[in-house]
Design a protein around this ligand. Structure first.
Ligand code: UDP
Length: 382
């Protein structure tokens, strides 16, 4: 094999490792991906009918507070000034998400100051002690009170996880802030934007180096015996698959997208509309044209994607790690196996069974490069 390193999977984790190894260390990298394209789930392509950039694996919004990650990604693309905002429909009315002062005033039908809203929510949240709350439901109620919890979290979460929120961990909720002001931005991060020329231009540039060879439509498991043991590997595929499911399958949720081109210039007036009602079967509708208001898209057509969430079975795309108690036990066994594997490093969302936002995948790849990959090759050279 004519490569110093094999990277399995060309998502943001794999791309970052490959790019650093080629550019900084001058190594020859072979990158394999079983899909027909690079970029993992961040990949996007133009809708053939309208030219609208569609995030093939669901909406990807870039945001980070990590300066190093921001500077790193800006080497490959510029970013637009896009700021993510989300609305949610509950019983025929529209509210801003995450829960902020506008959501609270609108829901209770009166103007309130931040302190008045805080006092009202505190009174409603008092039934649960936030310090000891563990389940998603108890955490939710202790955070916003029962009425707001039942309107904005309960139905959405039931649909998203198909599990009673009483059985879900409270940690899932900590991804969402609650604000007692009118700031309705979705993310709190310092830096935010969308790649000006699209995700695929960005991701392609990361791999654009004479030392990086990308083989698409190539399953690592078909080549495994030629690779493992002969050349160091950074593996970003599913960790349970690597070990032939020896400790059992890790559980994931997947998303089905119902894709439609509508004969209107604007379907919903905003990129993401959540649907909080339990009896609406989808969790949200994405209208990708709104991610790029600066682009010249057709005025009489638009693309929408309804999202339906469900438990993944083998063959489905894994999206969200479910992380049950059994999953965590299995993961401990896989971590032991992974640590014992010489010359193979495991990274990325699938390789570590962790929900990673894009900036986290890049940040963790840069750390792996600093702490393990660069020292490994530096030692090897002496
Ligand atoms: N969530 C909710 N209502 C909403 C949006 C989110 O209850 O309108 C909950 C839901 O349980 C979800 C979690 O908050 O799994 C995290 O939401 P986030 O938007 O971060 O999920 P993602 O966009 O990554 O699917």
């Amino acid at each position: 094999m004519n490569a110093d390193l094999v990277v399995v999977g060309s998502g943001l984790f794999g791309l970052t490792i490959a790019e650093r190894c080629a550019n900084e260390l001058g190594l020859k990298v072979l990158m394999l991906d079983r899909r027909y394209h690079i970029g993992g789930n961040a990949y996007s392509e133009p809708d053939p009918d309208t030219g609208i950039e569609v995030h093939k694996y669901g909406a990807h919004l870039f945001h980070t507070s990590n300066k190093r990650v921001w500077e790193y990604v800006n080497r490959f693309t510029s970013f637009t000034s896009y700021q993510h905002r989300v609305f949610t429909i509950f019983k025929g009315r529209v509210f801003p998400m995450p829960v902020n002062l506008a959501t609270i005033c609108e829901y209770f039908g009166k103007a309130m100051s931040p302190d008045e809203a805080r006092a009202l929510v505190a009174e409603q949240a008092a039934e649960i002690d936030g310090a000891t709350a563990e389940s998603f439901e108890d955490k939710g109620i202790s955070l916003v009170g029962r009425p707001l919890y039942e309107a904005f979290f309960r139905g959405y979460t039931l649909k998203q996880w198909q599990t009673d929120p009483k059985e879900l961990p409270g940690a899932t909720l900590t991804r969402l802030p609650v604000r007692y002001n009118f700031d309705n931005r979705y993310f709190n991060d310092t830096y935010e934007g969308l790649p000006s020329e699209g995700y695929t231009a960005w991701l392609t540039r990361m791999a654009d180096h004479p030392n990086i060879e990308v083989k698409l439509d190539t399953d690592f498991f078909d080549l495994r015996s030629d690779i493992v043991g002969n050349v160091p590997v950074v593996y970003t595929g599913p960790v349970d698959q690597y070990f032939e499911y020896a400790a059992g399958d890790l559980s994931w949720r997947t998303i089905d997208f119902d894709y439609e081109v509508k004969p209107v210039g604007d379907f919903q007036g905003t990129p993401v509309m959540n649907y909080a009602d339990e009896d609406v079967p989808y969790t949200r509708i994405i209208e990708p044209r709104h991610f790029h208001p600066e682009r010249d898209y057709p005025k009489d057509k638009t693309v929408i994607m309804r999202e339906f969430s469900r438990f993944a079975v083998k063959g489905d795309e894994p999206y969200y790690p479910i992380n049950t108690a059994e999953d965590r036990e299995k993961l401990l066994k896989y971590r032991e196996l992974a640590n014992a594997e010489t010359q193979v490093l495991f990274g990325g969302r699938l390789g570590t069974y962790k929900y990673l936002d894009m900036h986290m995948a890049i940040g963790s790849a840069l750390s792996m490069f600093d702490n393990l990959v660069r020292p490994y090759f530096a030692e090897g050279a002496t």
